[in-house]
Design a protein around this ligand. Structure first.
Ligand code: DQA
Length: 146
């Protein structure tokens, strides 16, 4: 089985970016721990990060066409703004878990709205980078069948 890990804008700056909120680990650290977890679970993962909405959308299309079994999404700020990202997911029929490193519900009100969450199987917010690993474990037990 193969799963995607999709990270949106500014997550390439993990480790440097507001460490009090997002922690001191880098995106490379995060991706390595996901790859290690995938090995342990016996599945394949593709990690992708972009600051560009269209790249994220095209990656979802690609994963749908390549018959992935689901993906973990941290759409970052696009979570709160992007109808296009939501429509890409709706077109894909892939199971996904939405992850936020921080507890968005304990932050500014504009972070409480997610365009993508209504399509998600579930949402994990505020568990730091562990959220990605929990999301992947769950997806492996509840994959979408191509
Ligand atoms: C985030 C929360 C978003 O509100 C923010 O724009 C991000 C990161 C999180 O992981 O906590 O970039 O998705």
């Amino acid at each position: 089985m193969k799963f995607g890990i999709l990270n949106g804008p500014n997550l390439n700056r993990l480790g440097q970016r507001e460490p009090a909120i997002y922690g001191s680990q880098t995106l490379a650290d995060l991706e390595q721990s996901i790859i290690d977890k995938a090995k342990e679970l016996g599945v394949t993962v593709e990690c992708f990060q972009s600051n560009h909405e269209g790249d994220l959308i095209e990656k979802i299309h690609h994963w749908a066409e390549c018959q992935f079994n689901g993906f973990v999404l941290n759409g970052a700020a696009f979570t709160h703004t992007s109808i296009a990202l939501r429509d890409a997911i709706a077109s894909s029929d892939l199971a996904f878990v939405e992850v936020h490193i921080s507890n968005v519900y304990a932050r500014e009100e504009f972070r409480h709205k997610s365009y993508t969450a209504p399509l998600a199987k579930g949402i994990i917010a505020g568990l730091g980078l562990d959220g990605y690993l929990h999301a992947l474990e769950w997806l492996v037990r509840h994959p979408s069948s191509p």
